[in-house]
Every structure is written in structure tokens, then in C-alpha cells.
Write a protein that binds this ligand. Structure first.
Ligand code: MG
Length: 167
């Protein structure tokens, strides 16, 4: 059964937000490439892929429901980063915004008694807990490294091993 027009609108906003996340992480990847931290850049590239996969998960769900996908405009992501820490702080703020948006989608779906939405949105609620925990941990580790270049390079080496964004 197709979802309501209102809910369809909210899903289309969410698809766009996930693509905007992918775009923002690509900008962050460029910052790290420029800063000669290829491991951090790799992590951000994988993250960008993961966000694209999130967008496509919502995209396919809307189509499977017999609704219409309407992609929106994406604004340019912020690029005024000053340090690795500032990038990850921006990343955490962004993920918190995504979490709030998914919670809002969940409220709309339950209000509309759109039960088909719930398994998908539960998956995303879990995913956001993981995203925020991962980024929060990296913020702590980057802060610990501080001005110690060797510690930062060690972390860069570790983040360079991330091979797939998965989901
Ligand atoms: Mg996402």
C-alpha cells in the first residue's frame, strides 16, 4: 500500500539529506587528502559511500511502496575546516541532525499508522546510534593525539584500513 503524500515528502527530504551527507563527507575527504592524511581521507571516502547506500535504501523503499521519488537540491557543504578535530566535530553535528530527522520520520510514520515504515526506520535508528558512537570515539582519540604528530599518523594508519562502508 502506498504511503500518504505527506510521508512521501518526508522520505524525499530524507533521501536528499543522506545524499547531502555523502557530499559533505566527500568535502571532508578532500580536506584530509590536502592535509596529507590519506587514512583519514580514506575513512571519509568510505563514509561518503555509506551515506550514498543509505540514500538508496530510502530511495528503493519509496519506490517499492508505489510512491514517487523526487530528488531535491543539495547545497554546497561547509569547507572551512581548520583541523582534523574540527572536521570530526562537524561530522558529529551532522550525524546528530540526521538522527533528529530520522526520529521525526519515525514520529510521522507512527502518527500515520504507516506500519510498513517501522522495520526500515528501526534499522536507521540503530545505525545512527552506531554512527554517533564511532564519530564520538574518533573525536576523543584525535583530541588525545593533540599536537602529537606521531599519534595522529598512527591514527591515520589505522583509519586507512577501513575497506568498506558497509551499511
Ligand atoms: Mg546516513
Amino acid at each position: 500500500m502506498a504511503m500518504s503524500a505527506d510521508l512521501q515528502d518526508a522520505y524525499n527530504d530524507q533521501i536528499t539529506l543522506e545524499f547531502a551527507s555523502s557530499y559533505a563527507y566527500l568535502q571532508m575527504a578532500a580536506f584530509f587528502e590536502d592535509a596529507n592524511l590519506p587514512g583519514f581521507a580514506n575513512w571519509m571516502r568510505q563514509q561518503a559511500e555509506e551515506e550514498r547506500a543509505h540514500a538508496m535504501k530510502f530511495f528503493d523503499f519509496v519506490l517499492d511502496r508505489g510512491n514517487q521519488v523526487e530528488l531535491r537540491s543539495i547545497s554546497a557543504p561547509s569547507a572551512d575546516y581548520t583541523s582534523p578535530l574540527s572536521v570530526f566535530e562537524a561530522s558529529l553535528a551532522h550525524e546528530q541532525k540526521v538522527t533528529a530527522s530520522i526520529h521525526d520520520l519515525y514520529s510521522r510514520a507512527t502518527d500515520a499508522k504507516d506500519y510498513e515504515s517501522l522495520p526500515l526506520l528501526h534499522w536507521f535508528i540503530d545505525e545512527q546510534v552506531e554512527e554517533e558512537a564511532t564519530v564520538g570515539e574518533l573525536i576523543e582519540q584525535i583530541a588525545m593525539a593533540g599536537d602529537n604528530g606521531a599519534a595522529l599518523l598512527l591514527l591515520d594508519r589505522e583509519l586507512g584500513t577501513r575497506v568498506s562502508g558497509g551499511e
